[in-house]
Design a protein around this ligand. Structure first.
Ligand code: GDP
Length: 461
């Protein structure tokens, strides 16, 4: 009997549900980290991929207690809906394509139905439901948190320190020149808009350059409903321009303060503090491909993002917003871009990028775990004989040429590589097109069952 059919059949027990649970899971990561693919896969696994051999580490399924999942009827009307169905269409196309990345806040609600462990023991025919809300939002918004602890002057100094790094210097030069020729006593609308446009252009060009992860303020690039709001007229003056007071500096300081009060704080208060669990996706392989400066900047950006999950009683976050996230999954995404024996090193590299091994003690309130996964596996792994040795290889369709390749993508360093190593060695991890999947079959993945177990296992007991 189909799952829906069994709901009608068990109508009476349905009304007698013993438990009703609710869980909000946030999925974030910097642009391109894999949020869209992750949520699409997660929903697909829970609604169509729920076969024990496909998700061997998802215990509720292994124990035969999972009764299925479906998209909930009660999608919030005022919040963008995560475009799950459209994404599946891209993946089911001929040829299959990656769905376009989402850019703002979106949500999708699921209802998961399972038999509680107690019900099995007592042979009761009772079911429970977990109402799962999945929330997608850009990791760039978490980069704004440290701004709450900085003054406008300190923030400007921080920005220019970053913009003067070798991989950013050339791009930032025209904006530095624009500021140098700016009259600091002119606070006309035209002037503010001209400078804001210049700064937005600069952030845009950074965001298109591989390896520039740290763009602040987060809403200047993705303003959402704030487009055109005066507080988004926010840009860092040069540190030397801030040595004396000026009309422009004090106007920008006001905008900075308003941005903190009306954008950053409400985001944490209304949205972030309502999350129960969080997934943070990190594309470490792309950073390795982009070089030493990129890896350093990714590490710096993750350091800022981590501040949102380190909320011991003394932290700013705790004092202001009382977040209740109880579990954080840090995931190195796109693990199917390397051969399986490299996954351990990829996980260790992620821990290095996060600056320390993930240990619960470091997070006063949240339990955390790091793993390497592929939301949607786009390669096949195997072995070839090479000079008498067995060599692990991958095969998949190259993202750019669409030709099928069989290759050894290289080793993942288990420790952050030094500048010298980058000078000697160019990492070249591939990128693949999705495989042509039979829409009837569950999406192939790497370790999504581990992710599901960590995120949901204890809520489906
Ligand atoms: P977002 O910006 O964080 O939403 O990132 P997306 O989910 O849109 O991912 C960006 C790109 O990364 C996709 O278009 C794919 O090319 C690639 N990608 C994401 N997840 C996977 C995965 O699990 N496996 C592979 N091979 N590529 C992936």
């Amino acid at each position: 009997m189909s799952w829906l059919g069994s709901i009608q059949y068990h109508g009476r027990q349905w009304g007698n549900r013993t438990l009703d649970r609710h869980l909000r899971v946030g999925v974030t990561g910097l642009s391109g980290a894999g949020k869209t693919a992750f949520i699409t896969s997660l929903v697909h696994q829970l609604t169509q991929g729920d076969q024990a051999q496909h998700l061997p580490f998802f215990s509720v399924l292994q124990q035969g207690r999972y009764l299925g999942g479906r998209l909930a009827q009660n999608q919030p009307m005022a919040i963008p809906r995560f475009p799950y169905e459209q994404n599946l269409q891209y993946l089911a196309g001929q040829p299959a394509q990656w769905p376009p990345s989402t850019t703002g806040w979106s949500q999708l609600n699921l209802t998961l139905r399972y038999r509680p462990t107690g019900a099995i023991r007592s042979r009761l025919q009772q079911h429970s439901e977990l109402q799962l809300e999945i929330i997608d939002y850009p990791g760039e918004w978490l980069l704004d948190l440290p701004m709450l602890q900085q003054s406008y002057q300190q923030w400007s100094a921080f920005c220019w320190q970053l913009f003067r790094q070798p991989h950013r210097q050339t791009l930032s030069q025209p904006f530095a020149e624009l500021l140098q020729t700016t009259d600091l006593n002119d606070v006309s609308e035209l002037q503010l808009q001209r400078l804001t446009d210049g700064y937005r252009q600069l952030l845009l060009s950074f965001s298109q350059q591989a390896g520039c992860y740290l763009q602040q303020p987060g809403r200047l690039l993705v303003p959402g409903e704030l487009a055109g709001a005066p507080m988004l007229q926010l840009l860092p003056l040069l540190p030397e321009q801030l040595e004396q007071t000026s009309a422009l500096a004090s106007r920008l300081s006001q905008h900075y303060q308003t941005y903190c009060d009306y954008v950053i704080k409400p985001f944490y208060r209304q949205h972030f503090s309502a999350l129960d669990r969080q997934v943070v996706l990190v594309d470490g392989l792309a950073a390795l491909n982009a070089g030493y400066a990129a890896v350093r900047e990714l590490q710096q950006a993750l350091g800022l993002i981590m501040q949102s999950f380190r909320y011991g009683p003394a932290s700013l976050l705790h004092r202001l917003f009382k977040p209740q996230i109880s579990k954080v999954l840090f995931a190195a995404s796109k693990a199917d871009h390397v051969t399986p024996e490299q996954h351990k090193a990829l996980t260790l590299l992620l821990q290095q990028l996060l600056r320390q091994p993930i240990k619960q003690s470091q997070y006063a309130s949240a339990k955390s775990e790091a793993m390497a996964l592929a939301a949607i596996r786009a390669s096949k792994s195997g072995f070839v004989e090479h000079q008498g040795q067995r060599q692990a290889v991958l095969s998949g369709r190259d993202l750019h040429t669409a030709t099928t390749q069989t290759l050894f993508p290289g080793e993942v360093p288990a420790e952050l590589p030094t500048a010298e190593l980058f000078a000697r060695h160019q990492f070249q991890f591939p990128a693949f097109l999705p495989t042509d999947n039979n829409p009837e079959q569950p999406l192939p993945h790497v370790r999504m069952d581990h992710a599901l177990e960590f995120l949901l296992g204890d809520k489906l007991l």
